[in-house]
Design a protein around this ligand. Structure first.
Ligand code: ADP
Ligand code: MG
Length: 401
């Protein structure tokens, strides 16, 4: 049967404020000092390059995580999420450090511990989280949560000194990366936190992870009569963490063998591939090298407003991630193939892989038809029904209420 479910809506600001504030009041019996929000993201191109010292080109989704928060005068912390509104976590700032916090608390509370560790005068606080970013779908609900909390803490304890400009936001992003790496124990790169904090409305964010510098790239899909359809495959991705770490380790080994710090520093990719002997190192490095070329071409085309031209590079990126990098899965492959068959100009997996989401560049008028075709193909394969979002380049995190 055809899945006719419509697109997953993004909450507008009043709805996010209401949901997070209501949860705060229900959990703690008082009003929050304010509400902060930060977006999920999709990556247009440049996948698995962040930890290889290369470029990525993500943009912020209209789907955001909202955090209602109030400072406390002591060191106590209370956290609650609308995923489990009756389960308030309660502890101290010290309990939010590496090896102590686990599960969702590591993402929600880890930034507090790291910021304090870095000298930001963070004290205890109460926070309530409500989100319309799909969880674990490769759309970066983790960074949306971390960065919304970090912005809130910066404002209530630090006069908003870091959230006020891009340099400060880069520091907040780095603190959230530390929280994800050291507290949550997920070996992710810096793309997700950067786009949640440093993008601007109507732009994709070109991130150079060799020096964490960013460039705003205008991305006006509407003007080109296009949209990015996001397909959340809802495939279980239990393998993701270990596989991510192993891809990262293989790339680091290959870089060491080539005498560079990261693979993206290699100047002559052809020669470098000739010098590697390990089959896996060659394949992983080849993805990194070819993906860098695709990023360059896509940035050029998008900057010039020639959005329709990027389809083939999206397709090639998927082939490289599936073949050389081996981070795709049957659901992602079916999603991109069905989308292309239904008229998408290009499609690829986005995010870490092994489940999660795919993106398809489609004519606005065809979005529903492509959605229905992908849903039908999933049903025919016996996969769980996917979820669909419509993406446009949205605003970065900040205070909303
Ligand atoms: P992704 O970032 O792609 O959504 P991750 O595995 O990196 O997937 O992060 C998902 C984790 O982040 C969840 O398992 C949970 O621990 C935490 N998380 C994200 N959003 C929320 C939320 N709204 N409430 C509670 N925990 C959340
Ligand atoms: Mg994540």
């Amino acid at each position: 049967m055809l899945n006719r479910s419509s697109f997953l809506p993004a909450w507008d600001t009043p709805e996010g404020i209401r949901r997070s504030s209501d949860l705060f009041v229900a959990a703690y019996g008082s009003r929050p000092a304010g509400v902060w929000a930060a977006p999920g993201r999709v990556n247009l191109i440049g996948e698995h390059l962040d930890y290889n010292g290369g470029f990525s080109l993500p943009f912020a989704l209209p789907h955001r995580t909202f955090v209602a928060l109030a400072p406390r005068a002591d060191e106590q912390v209370r956290l609650v999420s609308d995923l489990a509104p009756d389960a308030v976590w309660s502890g101290t700032l010290d309990d939010l450090g590496p090896g102590r916090a686990s599960g969702w608390v590591a993402y929600a509370g880890g930034p507090a511990w790291v910021l304090r560790d870095e000298g930001v005068p963070v004290r205890g606080f109460d926070a309530a989280v409500a989100s319309c970013v799909p969880l674990g779908a490769g759309l970066s609900s983790s960074a949306a949560l971390e960065t919304a909390v970090a912005l809130a803490l910066d404002e209530v304890f630090n006069q908003g000194a870091l959230g006020a400009d891009d340099a400060g936001r880069a520091r907040l992003a780095a603190a959230c990366v530390r929280a994800e790496n050291e507290v949550a124990g997920a070996a992710t790169g810096g793309m997700d936190q950067a786009v949640a904090l440093r993008s601007t409305l109507g732009h994709a964010l070109l991130i150079d992870s060799s020096d964490a510098s960013v460039t705003q790239v205008p991305l006006d899909l509407e003007a080109a009569d296009l949209t990015i359809l996001v397909i959340d495959t809802r495939a279980p991705h239990a393998l993701a963490d270990g596989q991510y770490a192993s891809r990262r380790a293989t790339c680091e080994r290959a870089a060491a063998r080539l005498g560079v710090r990261t693979l993206c520093q290699v100047e002559d990719p052809e020669a470098a591939l000739g010098r590697l002997e390990d089959r896996l190192e060659i394949a992983r490095a080849r993805h990194v090298f070819t993906e860098q070329g695709r990023v360059r071409r896509v940035v050029e085309a998008v900057s010039a407003g020639r959005l329709r031209e990027i389809g083939p590079d999206l397709d090639a990126s998927h082939a490289s991630l599936a073949g050389d990098y081996e981070v795709s899965c049957p659901e992602l492959d079916v999603a991109v193939e069905a989308a292309r068959r239904a008229g998408a100009l290009g499609a690829r997996m986005t995010g870490g892989g092994f489940g999660g989401s795919a993106i398809a560049l489609v004519e606005r008028a065809k979005a529903s038809a492509v959605r229905d075709a992908v849903a039908a193909s999933f049903a025919a394969h016996g996969f769980a029904a996917p979820e669909f979002l419509v993406a446009s380049a949205s605003a970065p995190g900040g205070r909303v209420g």
